[in-house]
Design a protein around this ligand. Structure first.
Ligand code: 5GP
Ligand code: ZN
Length: 112
């Protein structure tokens, strides 16, 4: 289910352009518009939900699907020596887009 006012749902629908690096029926991976590392991708499920704490069993299955795909997608996009996955949950973590997304950061030695 997509949500009308959600930025990432609009990216899924193609209403907002993005640099997509992987897409299938369940998920999309695209380049972050303001990269915080040499490689900065965002992996999202096509099923809209805001937070880990909102996730139901079906969405948990989709999240598992996304996580299983990430190693191959990260490698294909230049993360040769590893990468960091980040999920910001809520305001204290600085979450700004409320459609659950996984940051994939790599292409360099990452500062903690
Ligand atoms: P958050 O802070 O919610 O964990 O991450 C949101 C991310 O989305 C940020 O890293 C931000 O740079 C990225 N972002 C925000 N708007 C857009 C956009 O329109 N296109 C793309 N590709 N990334 C965006
Ligand atoms: Zn959404």
């Amino acid at each position: 289910m997509l949500e009308k006012d959600c930025l990432f749902c609009k990216i899924i629908e193609g209403k907002i352009p993005s640099s997509k690096v992987y897409e299938d029926d369940k998920m999309l991976v695209f380049k972050d518009i303001e990269p915080k590392a040499k490689i900065h991708l965002l992996a999202i499920a096509k099923d809209h939900f805001k937070l880990l704490s909102n996730m139901d069993e079906k969405q948990a299955e989709t999240l598992k699907y996304v996580l299983v795909k990430i190693p191959e997608i990260a490698a294909q996009n230049g993360c040769k020596n590893g990468y960091r996955l980040v999920i910001n949950q809520g305001e204290d973590a600085g979450q700004t887009v409320f459609h659950l997304h996984i940051h994939i950061l790599g292409g360099q030695t990452l500062p903690w």
